[in-house]
Design a binder for this molecule. Structure first.
Ligand SMILES: Nc1ncnc2c1ncn2[C@@H]1O[C@H](COP(=O)(O)OP(=O)(O)OP(=O)(O)O)[C@@H](O)[C@H]1O
Ligand SMILES: [Mg+2]
Length: 594
């Protein structure tokens, strides 16, 4: 369980300036916003203390990733406070800030019933959370050692500080929470960001402009592995730290023909329905779209895959339906009152209906407090690449000096690696992902021993021994896997860029996920409610997909279609797998969404 404790900085002073009544109004606003955020991450607000908030994650409902949820909630609350503070500053001329502290610990089973939590059951944990709060910087989040240990692979943390706390004789360790990994991949073991100053400058000014209400649409374009997602991640964390809310959606290579795939993920997030199902999800959508026509909402439920089985969707022709959905989606996306960053990743794989809906939205963005980032490879030439009043940033290969910095960081400082560093720079041709893969290849071939950033070169190699394309390096690395690991990777590639253990087991795969994580081909992205994994990079999945025997792959697709059918999944996705298996002629109950 993780306890979140938040408190307003110098609330007495604020009361003196604005008066008790106005302070109460501000606090009510703060409580409302915070309660929504806490709830969004599955926590419960335990109580509102005089000028603070206490919330619990992982109790009374057990949540394995309670610490991560609490961290995300804490950061979102601080972002919400920054918005609120701007308003207070303008109206009341006083500053308004919050400190937040987090602490994680065990709760003795049986002490927490279903009713309101008893303070005593969690007293000790609350005490430390409160102390963390007291040493947090204004506007910041401080977490205890026990919380830090649970999130250190997915959070950006400050150095461990020893803090002196009232009433304790010894100083205790604490760390600043600076940010959380976003999107699908964890931030684990990411190299320092090199170069890209002009591009980042352009993105920063687009972000600033959008915050001022001068909305922008920017395409980030370049070949696989050049750094589009990385640039997007850098600007995203900047946005988050300036209280800009971020919503992202990821297109996938196997969902290009799955209608509404990309837009539904984005809408679910924007409408606060992410992670919720059925009635609960529908209620959340209706709360956000209180002025929408009931019939449009039914269409939207269907798109979001949260339709009420008891309600028959209205009979209308596909064009009219798309038109109405576009209108409601645009309203939902533009209807946000605070600065927002929308990220559409891997647009080269977008499905047609999402593309046309997003095109409509994008054309209205210049009037909104929004920045839309579209990341895609140069082969994409669809309507989103030609949106009017949009700007395109082309990522060129990194220059040799930046590549040297990068390879030196990957290899480390030992003089024995000097010659290899040159090979990496030469072969990678300015592609940072290529550089990373070459180093991994060296390490697997035992040319290098040690670990990232601290290698020793024990067997100098000729440049010629490095495959000349990124694909070939990845193929060589996959080839080196043991049979069980290879089977797991192949099956995962058929499932998609994200996959879980259960689906692999259902496919009859005795999964060797640990080997794949060790080989840095995949990452674990979620631990609960079930274990989820993701390919490190889309190219790894592509190579794993392409390199397997067609007949084996067809069989996997066929079995997967069967599994998805049983769990009543998206019909278009099932059709997609049958198609890939060469089985689409099988009489099939054609998707309701076609
Ligand atoms: N400027 C940079 N400095 C350091 N590392 C970088 C930089 N740009 C990219 N990288 C690293 O290179 C790898 C590939 O980058 P990224 O995933 O952003 O490529 P991409 O352009 O999005 O590729 P794709 O089209 O396949 O999605 C990542 O591990 C990333 O962290
Ligand atoms: Mg990418």
């Amino acid at each position: 369980m993780t306890v979140l404790f938040a408190d307003v900085v110098h609330s007495m002073d604020i009361a003196a300036v604005v008066g008790a009544e106005r302070l109460r109004e501000i606090m009510t606003d703060l409580f409302k916003r915070s309660a929504l955020i806490v709830e969004r991450y599955g926590g419960t607000v335990d109580k509102f203390t005089g000028d603070g908030i206490m919330a619990l994650f992982g109790a009374p409902v057990a949540l394995e990733d309670h610490a991560a949820r609490a961290c995300r909630a804490a950061l979102d609350i601080q972002a919400a406070v920054r918005v609120l503070a701007a308003d207070v500053e303008r109206r009341d001329g006083t500053s308004f800030q919050l400190r937040i502290g987090l602490n994680s610990g065990r709760v003795i089973a049986g002490e927490i019933g279903s009713g309101p939590l008893s303070y005593t059951a969690v007293g000790a944990q609350v005490g430390l959370a409160q102390r963390m709060e007291s040493v947090a910087p204004a506007g910041g989040v401080m977490i205890s050692d026990s919380t830090a240990r649970l999130v250190d692979t997915i959070a950006m943390l400050g150095e461990t500080e020893l803090v002196h706390i009232k009433g304790a004789s010894e100083p205790i360790p604490a760390r600043r929470l600076l940010g959380m990994a976003i999107g699908r991949r964890s931030r684990r073991a990411e190299t320092n960001f090199v170069g890209r100053q002009p591009e980042m400058g352009a993105l920063r000014s687009a972000l600033d402009a959008s915050v001022r209400g001068d909305g922008r649409v920017v395409g980030v374009v370049g070949p696989a592995g050049i750094g589009k997602s990385r640039v997007v991640r850098e600007i995203t964390s900047l946005a988050r730290s300036s209280a800009v809310e971020v919503f992202a959606t990821y297109c996938e290579s196997h969902t290009t023909d799955v209608p509404f795939y990309a837009i539904s993920e984005l809408l679910r997030a924007v409408l606060g329905a992410e992670g919720f199902e059925g009635a609960e999800a529908r209620a959340r959508v209706r709360q956000r779209l209180s002025h929408a026509e009931p019939e449009d909402l039914v269409l939207l439920d269907d798109l979001l895959d949260i339709a009420d089985p008891a309600v028959t969707p209205p009979e209308i022709d596909p064009d009219a339906r798309l038109g109405r959905l576009t209108a409601i989606a645009t309203t939902a996306l533009l209807g946000r009152a605070t600065p927002t960053l929308y990220v559409i990743e891997d647009v080269h794989w977008i499905d047609g209906s999402s593309e046309s809906m997003l095109a409509e939205f994008v054309s209205a963005v210049p009037e909104a407090q929004s920045l839309v980032l579209l990341a895609y490879r140069p082969e994409y030439d669809g309507i989103l690449a030609h949106a009017s009043r949009s700007q395109t940033i082309v990522l060129e290969p990194l220059d040799d000096s930046h590549m040297s910095t990068l390879s030196a960081e990957l290899l480390g400082k030992d003089p024995s690696t000097g010659a290899l560093a040159d090979v990496v720079v030469k072969r990678a041709g300015g592609n940072p992902f290529f550089a990373e893969e070459i180093v991994r290849d060296f390490s697997e071939r035992d040319v290098l021993i040690g670990g990232r950033g601290c290698y020793l070169c024990v067997d100098p190699v000729a440049e010629e021994s490095v495959p000349s394309t990124l694909q070939a390096v990845i193929a060589a690395r996959i080839d080196r896997l043991n049979p069980a690991a290879k089977r797991t990777l192949n099956a995962a590639a058929v499932i998609g860029s994200r996959f879980d253990d259960q689906t692999l087991t259902a496919l009859g795969i005795d999964s060797a996920l640990a080997d794949l994580i060790r080989a840095e081909l995949i990452d674990q992205t979620s631990f609960s409610p079930r274990s989820e994994y993701a390919f490190r990079h889309p190219l790894i999945r592509a190579v794993a997909y392409e390199s397997q025997l067609k007949s084996d792959r067809a069989q996997l697709h066929r079995r997967l279609a069967g599994i998805l059918e049983q769990s009543d999944q998206n019909a278009a996705l099932i059709a997609e797998h049958l198609d890939a298996a060469g089985d689409l002629h099988v009489v099939y109950d054609w998707p309701r969404r076609a």
